[in-house]
Design a protein around this ligand. Structure first.
Ligand code: EPZ
Length: 428
């Protein structure tokens, strides 16, 4: 397996281009299953998770072509040749469950493997299933699969109140409701920018949707959807990650394409930590206000709160802040696995359940560390950029799921980072 070698070498300066959002693209791609006309997504990120979704959609009979070196995805689902999302693909990527709603809405049937747990938590899909049941679907859980059927005449609109905010369940219900008969109201819906982007794309396809970005989304079902061309929204998590690079190392970096509205609560926390963020029409420029980083407290929350997907990276910053920071993770039950790895680099972190207390130290020291999930892996790279000596991050395949060209982007602002390809075994 490849590793990434990072050597701390001082301030970073320059510009980093932020890609289209992985988590938006992964929910936009299944929208192809709702129409027999072409759907074109521009500004797509080039990531292994996008390739996994491509593989899944192709296994259902959709055509997916990547054009312009993967920046543009041309999708088309004339007729589906299968309604079964296999465990082999679903286990690789939980977002695979997002094909369930669209298949059920269009063809009245779907068989989708249950994703199972993952490194950051149990992550059940009960809310996705309950929403589809409320729309009349009959679900049968057998052999690790959800066997779903729509009632005669198709899914019907319903008032669905989610007991907790779920991005994925909101997306699945929104996708399905576009073709349901009558009106669907999603209450306590997720408000993430990826949901807003999905609603905009679906509207371009002819869906009738109101209220995206608020807690109540209303969808008036239509008989059919048409094709569309839609640009994927900027990746706010990639944005926040690279904003932390100059915060951790010093220097000044402009994240091209970044907008404050995507990362507002994160920017408020950065401000308290002594990091300046300025917005221009090119993007967000980040630097330290006075050379120091202050300890801050962070509580992860659904949007517009501080994103769980930036908690690990924020912790990397706070490892060398002045004072004691408290982090509370409220979204996933096991999302501090980077803490013991950061401790290997000299960080002082105590974790108790969903709380972590970080006592700032003067300097981190490079060490061999292991990535446990996507955001944890990039937090170790950020920490390594500011550490004394060499950090070697292993299991970097996690990184490939969500960060395109991370080595090139960070080298572009002066980081000393390289990817070391696994040597083929002798005789291969
Ligand atoms: C999305 O996951 C993102 N993934 C995650 O990004 C992100 O961390 C998460 O939203 C929260 O922002 C994609 O968009 C592909 P949820 P999702 O449903 O939709 C519980 C990354 O690093 N829950 O909002 O799966 C769940 O266990 C990733 O890019 C249920 O109990 O998250 C969690 O505690 C990781 N039942 C909470 O809700 C359900 O049916 C929020 O999860 C669904 C969720």
């Amino acid at each position: 397996m490849d590793t990434i070698l990072v050597r701390g070498n001082g301030p970073l300066n320059g510009e980093i281009e932020i890609a289209g959002a992985k988590n938006a693209c992964l929910t936009l791609m299944p929208a192809t299953l709702l129409t027999d006309e072409p759907l074109t997504l521009t500004n797509a990120p080039r990531l292994s998770d996008i390739r996994t979704m491509t593989e899944l959609l192709r296994s259902l009979g959709a055509e997916v072509a990547d054009l312009q070196d993967g920046r543009v995805l041309a999708l088309s689902s004339h007729a589906l040749s299968s309604h079964r999302a296999d465990y082999d693909i679903v286990r690789k990527m939980r977002a695979s469950i997002l094909v369930l709603g669209p298949m059920l809405a269009r063809d009245g049937q779907a068989i989708v493997s249950l994703p199972g747990g993952c490194a950051i938590g149990a992550r059940p899909v009960d809310l996705h299933l309950r929403a589809l049941e409320a729309m009349g679907a009959e679900l049968d859980l057998r052999d690790g699969y959800v066997h779903a059927k729509a009632p005669m005449g198709g899914l019907r609109g319903a008032v669905i109140e989610f007991p907790l905010v779920s991005v994925g369940a909101t997306e699945n219900a929104l996708l399905a409701a576009t073709l349901a008969r009558g009106t669907t109201v999603l209450k306590n819906a997720a408000r993430e920018p990826e949901i807003v982007d999905l609603a905009r794309c679906l509207r371009r396809m002819g869906a009738q949707i109101e209220g995206e970005g608020t807690g109540t989304i209303t969808i008036q079902g239509v008989d059919r959807l048409s094709g569309a061309t839609h640009p994927v929204v900027t990746d706010r998590i990639e944005l926040g990650t690279y904003m932390l690079a100059p915060a951790i190392c010093g220097g000044e970096v402009t994240c091209l394409g970044g907008r404050i509205e995507l990362v507002e609560s994160f920017c408020e926390t950065l401000d308290q930590a002594g990091i300046s963020v300025t917005e221009s029409d090119r993007g967000l420029t980040v630097s330290r206000k006075n050379g120091r980083v202050n300890a801050v407290n962070v509580v992860t929350e659904p949007f517009p709160g501080f994103p769980t997907d930036l908690q690990a990276q924020m912790m990397a910053l706070l490892c060398t802040a002045d004072g004691v920071s408290e982090l509370e993770e409220t979204i996933f039950e096991n999302r501090f696995m980077h803490a013991p790895e950061l401790a290997r680099m000299g960080a002082r972190i105590e974790v108790h359940g969903g709380h972590a207390r970080v006592t700032g130290v003067d300097r981190l020291r490079g060490a061999p560390v292991m990535a446990t999930d996507l955001r944890a892996s990039v937090s170790l790279i950020l920490a390594g950029l500011a550490a004394e000596g060499e950090t070697i991050v292993s299991r970097v395949y996690h990184l490939d799921r969500g960060y395109e060209k991370v080595v090139r982007k960070l080298r572009g602002v002066g980081a000393d980072i390289e990817r070391i390809k696994e040597q083929p075994a002798h005789g291969e």
